[in-house]
Design a protein around this ligand. Sequence first.
Ligand code: SOE
Length: 380
Amino acid sequence: MKKPWNVGLIGCGFMGRAHSNAYRKVGNFFDLAHQPVLKAACARTRSDVTAFAERWGYESTETDWRRLIDRKDIDAIDICTPNDTHREIALAAAAAGKAILCEKPLARTAAEGADMVAAVERHKVPNIVWYNYRRVPAVTLAKQLIDAGRLGKIFHYRAVFLQDWTIAAELPQGGAGLWRLDKNVAGSGVTGDLLAHCIDTAMWLNGGIDCVTAMTETFVKERKHNLTGKVEPVGIDDACAFLARFGNGSLGTFESTRYARGHKALYTFEINGEHASIRWDLHDLHRLEFFDHKDESIVRGWRSIHVTDREMPYMAHWWVPGLQIGYEHSFVHQVADFLNGLAEGRAAAPTFREAQHTQHVCDAVLQSASSRQWVDVPSD
Ligand code: SOE
């Protein structure tokens, strides 16, 4: 008999849907000691949360997240709200002894993140941040190949995350759906939203980043604010490119923008090592490209590995070899790993403390862009 694990989800937007889908599916595909129960959904607007709860099968609703956290029948709080609320909700949830699953980025700044790390560690509550791309099977396979030494010494790490949805100058900032353009709410633009993913994956695959030098640009300087109705300065970075030095001696280049016409979510990375190289592309997420210099020269070349065999990460839980899975499955994998960790009394990555390293890199990137200097990344 599985143990019920009661989830209280706060925020009913895009990520609320992605996480709810994962809670619903995970028990069908993974053998777990716990079964997620969609106990309560919470959002400020009664009609929104009622419709969301009906669609996804939540047993009850709340419109005040503090009431949700006070409830004795909730084991875990899932934070899917805009970034400016993460710290306050996490601190209250930790004090109430709830497990916490927090949407990325952990916080707007490393200072906020530090309070969150301190709270979950003080109250000893299980915690994780939803950096979901780690759990795309092809990305996890890249990690296994690197850890097995197949690339040898790593020289280069190259990542981009390109979008084009904010090019129109008439697009307002702020409010539902557009809070990512409001610096007070989001904390930053592409750095915290998109590069945070690239940084998390990069440090997981290639180790810590020592220092960075960055440039940012805000192409549209003023936008109407949806909440005030006034035209206000835009504070976020629309685009950011930075160079990084990793602790292992390799060089990193990172670029992100919401102004790359034609790209909706092109996240790619390439890693070049002494013996081999690896390349991955979110638009073809079930494939890992691999070049091995040890291959015989007459057949040497980039191979495109279709990551669907049972021996490949997570794939034994899904269909038969050759049939691929997609974006939403990375969230299912995260819940499975988190619950396995819970059952075995160990943390699943990235914990708040691990995700705080990404906050430090983001802060250093933004600091470097404004000072035009190389900035060292704090190590804790
Ligand atoms: C932004 O458009 C966004 O939805 C990010 O917030 C997500 O984290 C990313 O995975 C896709 O793009």
